[in-house]
Design a protein. Structure first.
Length: 138
């Protein structure tokens, strides 16, 4: 049988470990929420670059986009592209379906509107994609 003092110390250590775990989980959740809120900004920077325009302005936008991506990567952000993948509703959001002549492309991502993002195992945003559907499914 343990003395009351030893039991109290063990209980205190267990409570401290529980509080530390809860605090770490809360930090991770808040970081993921903040990063998710910044994804549309990153998308708009990508769209600005794709639209082209004055080279000096584009160079500045590329620099800002690169800097922002590096900061978000420090928080664990991972970008994933889906082009050529078999459609998976767990990580892809089908925005459209397009007819394809090749059976090999049936159910395959043939275009990507926006990349997907995750932090660790947590999906922040599915890749927004176009899925191929064979013209003659038979």
């Amino acid at each position: 049988m343990q003395s009351p003092v030893i039991q109290a110390l063990a209980d205190l250590e267990a409570a401290k470990a529980r509080v530390d775990r809860d605090a770490a989980r809360l930090r991770e959740e808040l970081s993921a929420e903040l990063v998710a809120e910044l994804l549309p900004v990153l998308d708009n920077l990508d769209r600005s670059i794709a639209a082209g325009g004055d080279e000096a302005v584009l160079q500045g936008v590329r620099m800002v986009r690169s800097q922002m991506a590096r900061v978000l990567e420090k928080y664990g952000l991972e970008r994933f592209d889906a082009l050529g993948d078999v459609f998976d509703p767990r990580v892809h959001d089908a925005m459209s379906v397009a007819a394809v002549d090749s059976r090999a492309l049936d159910g395959v991502v043939i275009d990507q509107w926006e990349a997907g993002y995750r932090i660790g195992d947590r999906l922040l945003r599915p890749a927004r994609v176009v899925v191929g559907r064979h013209r003659n499914p038979m």
